[in-house]
Design a protein. Structure first.
Length: 283
């Protein structure tokens, strides 16, 4: 199936998000992942977008409804969903199980800003925090320790971010719903990280259970280029571009280590944070 541009439609507390292989429906704290093959019909009329589902385990009413006054956005969403449905393989073997999960608490998000503005919003308060923490640490006789923790903090946060997003998260998702098939390592792609460093990312070629043949580059890389040839590939049926090879146990170890030291940095930051808070309370 060709790549369908992602379309997001919002209205009256409901969000429809068309992705490559599914429509995600968010209502309150609940999210449904609806594979395209589970959609029987999509239509827009009278200010309502109706997403009718097929299958016994879809939802209680067998449909999702979104109310919107934006006819242009609604028509675009319906058109894209119909295009995606027309591109489904005719074999009828695509996944049709609707997955429901708690979306968790609504997270406060920053408004859309440029990358430089976001970095500035984070760096300026952190520098002020670091100055106060080091000064108070010096008066308390632990200036060197506090200075080290403050300097190590951003590196620890980066460890936590990369360890979780590139390694641990995918491993957990694939462990919960991944499907393993026979495939092969077709090639490796080199991605530069620093001036003299980088990683080798394996390129997998495999066929899903629905008969779709894919060539996917793994998001997590290795310090050294490995071999090629046959290998078992685990992919996410709801997002087949999320893959992992069974030879990649070392990635889980690396991700766990990065996440551990990232969490440790967060805990250590409590020391200078406590110094700053105590200063403000006694000022």
């Amino acid at each position: 199936m060709g790549r369908i541009p992602e379309v997001v439609l919002r209205g009256r507390g409901v969000v429809f998000r068309l992705e490559a292989y599914a429509v995600r429906v968010v209502r309150g704290r609940t999210m449904w992942t609806v594979p395209l093959a589970a959609i029987d019909r999509v239509a827009y009329a009278g200010g309502r977008v109706l997403l009718e589902l097929s299958g016994e385990d879809a939802v209680q009413d067998g449909a999702f409804t979104l109310i919107t006054r934006n006819a242009t956005a609604a028509d675009a969403f319906v058109r894209q969903v119909r295009t995606a449905l027309a591109c489904l393989p005719a074999s009828g073997q695509s996944p049709t199980r609707v997955v429901r999960e708690d979306a968790g608490r609504r997270r406060w998000r920053l408004p859309r800003l440029s990358a430089g503005a976001k970095i500035g919003l984070g760096v300026v308060p952190y520098l002020a925090f670091a100055a106060v923490a080091v000064e108070e640490g010096a008066e308390a006789g632990v200036g060197g320790l506090v200075g080290f923790i403050v300097a190590y903090g951003p590196a620890g946060w980066l460890m936590l971010y990369f360890g979780w997003t590139e390694v641990v998260r995918d491993a957990l998702i694939l462990r919960r719903r991944g499907i393993t098939v026979a495939g092969r390592i077709r090639d490796y792609k080199w991605r530069r990280i620093g001036e003299d460093s980088g990683e080798w990312h394996p390129v997998y070629e495999f066929q899903t259970l629905e008969g779709q043949r894919l060539v996917v580059t793994q998001t997590a890389g290795h310090a050294h280029k490995g071999g090629s040839g046959p290998v078992d590939v685990t992919y996410d049926p709801l997002a087949p571009t999320r893959v992992r090879g069974l030879r990649d146990k070392g990635l889980t170890v690396r991700g766990t280590v990065l996440t551990f030291f990232g969490v440790l940095s967060v805990l250590l930051m409590l020391i200078p944070l406590w110094l700053v808070i105590s200063t403000l309370l006694t000022a």
